[in-house]
Design a binder for this molecule. Structure first.
Ligand code: OOB
Length: 546
């Protein structure tokens, strides 16, 4: 038996709920209405092999929903999904939602520790994956878990253990739009990732409002390049935002520029989303790739800081298309807007998408900073969570008493109202009591002509507690530590901020979605076991290939 969905869920307070409904921001409809309201004959989703119209997508989703309920799953129960970017992803997600089940959106790169934790925490009764995860499936079968079903799609012999029922007979069970529709995985920096409940109301709004801001219409064709279970390609505006306007999603499993460009040309793709590391590769590749990219009018870049020089390179490579996105699975999404001047797009991370977003920027004592000053960003609003799922202890620190989510991001506000992300609160090196922001040193390092990527990490030290470690990927001959210190000192950096250890890496380790993974650098530093063999491009692509 699985516990109650609502146990450990923190809803928005009643007065706020009323307010969001009165403003028409929450429209009290199940998330799946995004496809039932769409134009049935328009193409909905393709993956190079298959293509489904909205009517076909709905029929397949309903067949799955009927099959899942017939197999004994009950409305409100949780199902862990771990699927690559294919049409099956869309069918399974919509099928699970139509059945009133609640998907937990795992990423393809998650391994046993994470999947097992998601299953236990949510008391998930089923795990749906594809044939790529054979090892994980075997491991889960031998672990003693509450799991009742493992369904594997797209096995090479054509077998598919998804239970398909009769779509004609299917009637979706009623759901409460203020309850969780799905769980996203936090991009968290410590320990196992937290789970973020997103309600039907808040996630529908997230997708619909994002589509509006990006000016999406039924003629838009969106290339899902990042793993589709991540909030950015899922609903910012991503797949669900495209569904909201009856547009077309093309699922991509290979984020290399060669392949991505081919799909852009083949499908006349108009929009896609990338993390900065990929955007850098794609911008460079426009110099030699010959595919026609003329259809692309929206290139979204977000997930980590996009350095100004790289943003300018992207502006040159994809004229008029760049949009910076600062977002989080927890909620708040900021966009630069189509039509913003190029300097705003190159130097800021945009502004909140909702007029009902409430932002505070506070100092270490929690007091609001003065205009233009830097501080930690706190946020509350119609699509930002009020608590992580079943994490009461953690929530006591992660939220202010007034319900603001403490993002941990350091930001400043420009006079025009755009945010600039300047670093993370805890992304510091504490050198003998002196806290030095990693982002500050990284920015200077990236100005070096022979440094392509840079990460500042703490190196444990008996004397000072921590010293400053610099991990770099170089373009050409790497600088030595002495040269680097000289370079930084010449740029005016204080002596105590100069790196004391240098690691030159062939590749920068990245997370499941392609962000620089400092935890892995820190773990590997003392033993120097960072993978040295591959080129940067290969590693980024391998790690987020799906
Ligand atoms: C997105 O979501 P998550 O949950 O994987 O990561 C959120 C964190 C933010 O708190 C911030 O630290 C960082 O990633 N971040 C950025 C950024 N966008 C995200 N830091 C600097 N500049 C940016 N543009 O990453 C995400 C979710 C939806 C849309 C876009 C990104």
């Amino acid at each position: 038996m699985s516990g109650d969905l609502l146990q450990g869920f923190v809803p928005h307070p009643e007065d706020q709920r009323q307010r969001y409904i009165e403003h028409g921001v929450w429209d009290n409809k199940p998330l799946w209405t995004l496809i039932t309201d769409a134009h049935p004959d328009r193409p909905a989703v393709a993956d190079g092999e298959h293509s489904l119209t909205y009517a076909e997508l709905l029929a397949q989703a309903d067949a799955l929903a009927a099959g899942l309920l017939a197999a004994g799953l009950r409305t409100g129960q949780r199902v862990v999904l771990q699927l690559p970017n294919t049409t099956t992803f869309a069918v399974v997600l919509m099928g699970v939602l139509r059945a009133g089940l609640v998907p937990v959106m795992a990423l393809p790169a998650h391994r046993l520790a994470e999947i097992e934790y998601f299953i236990r925490l949510t008391e998930a009764v089923a795990y749906i994956t594809n044939d790529d995860q054979q090892t994980l499936v075997r491991q889960l079968q031998s672990a003693s878990l509450p799991l009742q079903h493992i369904f594997v799609t797209n096995a090479p012999d054509g077998r598919d253990s998804l239970p398909m029922g009769d779509s004609d007979e299917f009637v979706p069970p009623p759901v409460n739009p203020c309850h969780p529709a799905l769980f996203l995985v936090s991009g968290g920096t410590t320990g196992l990732p937290k789970l973020i409940p997103r309600t039907h109301n808040d996630y529908r709004y997230n997708a619909i409002r994002s589509a509006q801001i990006c000016g999406l219409t039924a003629d838009d064709i969106y290339l899902a390049t990042l793993p589709a279970a991540h909030n950015f390609p899922l609903a910012c505006p991503g797949m669900l935002g495209i569904f909201a306007v009856s547009g077309y999603v093309v699922m991509n499993r290979d984020p290399s520029p060669e392949h991505g460009f081919k799909l852009i040309e083949r499908y006349a793709v108009t929009a896609t989303a990338l993390v900065p590391a990929l955007a850098q590769l794609w911008s460079a590749a426009t110099e030699w790739e010959t595919a026609d990219l003329g259809s692309l009018r929206l290139l979204q870049v977000g997930g980590a800081k996009f350095p100004e020089n790289e943003a300018r390179a992207a502006l040159r490579a994809f004229p008029g298309a760049l949009q910076q996105v600062f977002g989080m699975a927890e909620g708040l999404i900021c966009y630069t807007r189509p039509g913003d001047n190029p300097d705003t797009v190159a130097t800021t991370q945009g502004r909140p998408m909702s007029p009902l977003d409430e932002l505070r920027i506070v100092d270490a004592e929690g007091k609001d900073v003065g205009p233009g000053e830097e501080g930690e960003l706190l946020v509350r609003g119609p699509y930002t969570l009020r608590g992580y799922y079943r994490a009461a202890e953690h929530n006591a620190d992660a939220f202010s008493p007034e319900g603001f989510y403490r993002t941990g991001d350091r930001v400043q506000l420009t006079p025009a109202g755009d945010l600039i992300v300047t670093g993370r609160i805890k992304d510091v090196v504490n050198r003998g009591g002196e806290c030095i922001a990693a982002a500050e040193i990284e920015q200077h390092l990236l100005a070096h002509p022979r440094i392509r990527q840079a990460a500042i990490v703490p190196v444990p030290d008996k004397l000072l507690g921590e010293r400053i470690g610099a991990a770099i990927v170089s373009a050409g001959l790497p600088p030595t530590l002495a040269e680097l210190r000289e370079f930084l000192a010449a740029r005016g950096l204080a002596a105590f901020k100069l790196p004391e250890r240098l690691e030159v890496l062939a590749t920068m380790p990245v997370t499941a979605v392609g962000k620089i993974d400092k935890k892995q650098i820190i773990r590997a530093l003392p033993t120097k076991r960072l993978c040295q063999a591959l080129s940067t491009a290969d590693t980024i692509i391998r790690l987020i290939s799906i």
